[in-house]
Write a protein that binds this ligand. Structure first.
Ligand SMILES: [Zn+2]
Length: 222
């Protein structure tokens, strides 16, 4: 059966003989992955394909948090892997592009500058910290955010806000590049707040405890 699927995919020109899917098909033998004794799992398949054990990261809880919008998660995932096409990466690829940050024009645009060091990012975190009643320090680090002492619900909403701000910064950067103007940080944070409110009201089910409910009222989520 797998041979038939592989042949059809080749016929349709969708895959080459060296593609990842064909390699996965070749590695799947009698309900197991070659060299792995345990029953089939997708994770084992990728481990077999990569030939190295996957490195476990903690930030996946921030990236794939249930209160994130999917587009936020995708940009955050690229950010965590340093895969967004920032100017430093484009220059390394040989493209003739400027090097200075589109938003502030003061430093080289790379992931660290754009999402952490730029005045625009700092201002967004500052406004979000005031809104969510947490410190800027906590919002600026995935590690500190995950260890922040509060209920899981509050932590998840804070994580969603951080991911939403990352998306907003990337969007503002692109708007600045294309349209030549910088959105005010307060507008970005207000949009994230509005999206978080919709997300919480659309997803949260069950009864909320008193502490979470009071916090939600104080940050304008209900
Ligand atoms: Zn900047």
């Amino acid at each position: 059966m797998y041979y038939v699927i592989a042949r059809n995919l080749e016929v349709w020109g969708l895959l080459t003989a060296n593609s990842g899917i064909l390699q996965l098909l070749a590695g799947y033998v009698q309900g197991k992955w070659r060299g792995i004794d345990d029953p089939y799992t997708i994770a084992d398949g990728y481990t077999w394909l990569l030939q190295v054990p996957a490195v476990k990261v903690t930030w996946y809880k921030v990236v794939w948090n249930r209160y994130n919008l999917p587009k936020w998660s995708f940009i955050m995932w690229l950010r965590q892997h340093h895969r967004l096409l920032t100017l430093d990466r484009l220059r390394k690829m040989g493209m003739d592009v400027p090097s200075l940050c589109f938003i502030c024009g003061l430093d080289t645009e790379d992931h660290d500058h754009l999402f952490s060091q730029c005045w625009f990012a700092k201002q967004c975190y500052h406004l979000a910290a005031n809104w969510l009643h947490v410190s800027v320090d906590v919002l600026s680090s995935c590690g500190k955010l995950l260890k922040h002492r509060c209920s899981m619900f509050i932590r998840q909403v804070c994580m969603a806000a951080v991911v939403g701000i990352s998306y907003g910064i990337w969007r503002c950067r692109n708007l600045c590049r294309l349209e030549g103007y910088v959105t005010h940080p307060s507008k970005l944070v207000a949009q994230v707040q509005q999206d978080c409110r919709r997300r919480v009201s659309g997803i949260f089910s069950g009864s909320m405890n008193r502490t979470d409910k009071d916090w939600c009222r104080s940050v304008g989520l209900i």
